[in-house]
Ligand binder design. Structure first.
Ligand code: MRU
Length: 343
């Protein structure tokens, strides 16, 4: 598969190319993003989604904003405002503000240079972050694969795959690496209502890799755990507090509670850029509330009586007590080791 997000050098500076994830699996299409507002919209409408991928999208967005401002006198001031604006597109995944902070450092480090030189430095940095993401995921995969039992039945929730990163994936990276050593593993993919990232994206990715995958609806995980068909759980994360509490797609907490009940290892898989050392606990994580229509409608058609109350939180926080370990590119940590490991 192509990179989920890729900077294309063309003409003087270039543009960002995204796989449009709103169309998958029915249609595979890459879209050209040429401006900061377009990138803001692509993140908000989830053309690009998944914590590491929206981090790189943020970095690209700053490059695109800079290109649009190339002739401006107040270049630095206006560009920093645009960077903050892009950062406001989605609140929960810390990778977005992490990557934008990296771009702001480049802007300030090079502030004596010409606008065009700063743009070139920003693009260089964005491409570096883009390439590093794949390397990081491969390292994560190596660490994680050693934990997977032979012939495991692995449950994953949402999509923490190639499509949620630049390539290879975090939780799916662990599955991909485990599969190389043991093709007998089987994956259960939670459908992941309301946006169906599990059905649309995880099943799509794993099928393309010939990894045996069974799609289940979100309420079914305990059934298969009780039957002994799931004995290992891996999910991604959008923000990990310094005590190891981890925010991930809504429904992850339910999976973690069920895993604890059945004594099944539950691992969070994420790069260290997902750790937010500014937060003591997960209670401080801002949870994005999305449009109610994501719940009330499927393919534009209502699936409930109009007028019913609806709340649509996009993420939940799994407390550290339910997490067996956190798999990163720096190794595998118990949740209470995160503070020491990353401070
Ligand atoms: O709303 P989404 O699709 O951006 O949510 C994605 C998730 O919750 C992923 O599990 C998380 O970002 C980790 S991706 C490696």
């Amino acid at each position: 598969m192509d990179k989920t997000i890729e900077w294309i050098n063309e003409g003087e500076f270039g543009y960002s190319l995204l796989i449009d994830q709103t169309l998958l699996p029915a249609e595979y299409k890459r879209v050209k993003i040429c401006g900061a507002q377009e990138m803001f919209d692509a993140i908000k409408t989830m053309i690009v989604r998944g914590a590491p991928a929206i981090g790189i999208a943020g970095a690209h967005g700053v490059c695109l904003g800079a290109i649009e401002l190339a002739e401006e006198e107040n270049f630095i001031e206006k560009l920093l405002q645009i960077a903050d604006y892009i950062n406001s597109s989605r609140p929960t995944a810390v990778n977005l503000s992490w990557a934008i902070k990296k771009q702001k450092e480049i802007i300030l480090l090079n502030k004596e240079k010409s606008n065009r030189e700063i743009i070139r430095e920003l693009i260089k940095n964005a491409i570096k972050l883009e390439n590093e993401d794949i390397e990081i995921n491969k390292k994560i995969g190596e660490y994680g694969s050693k934990l997977v039992p032979k012939g495991a039945g692995i449950l994953t929730h949402c999509n923490a795959g190639s499509l949620a990163t630049v390539g290879y994936g975090t939780a799916l990276g662990v599955i991909r690496s485990a599969y190389k050593n043991d093709p007998s593993i089987k994956v259960f993919a939670d459908e992941t209502r309301p946006r169906q990232q599990g059905a649309r994206l995880t099943a799509f990715e794993l099928l393309a890799d010939n990894i045996e995958t069974t799609l289940i609806t979100d309420g079914m995980c305990s059934y298969f755990m009780e039957k002994g068909m799931i004995n290992f759980v891996v999910t991604g994360a959008d923000r990990i507090a310094s005590n190891g509490d981890s925010a991930n797609k809504i429904g992850t907490l339910t999976v973690a509670i069920a895993a604890k009940y059945f004594n099944i290892p539950f691992y969070i898989v994420a790069p260290k850029s997902t750790v937010d050392m500014n937060l003591k606990t997960g209670k401080e994580i801002v949870i994005e509330l999305r449009d109610k229509k994501e719940v009330t409608h499927v393919n534009g058609k209502p699936v409930c009586p109009l007028g019913v109350n609806v709340i649509n939180p996009s993420f939940d926080v799994t407390p550290n007590s339910l997490i067996t370990g956190i798999i990163t590119e720096c190794g595998v940590f118990k949740p209470d080791e995160i503070y020491k490991a990353f401070s």
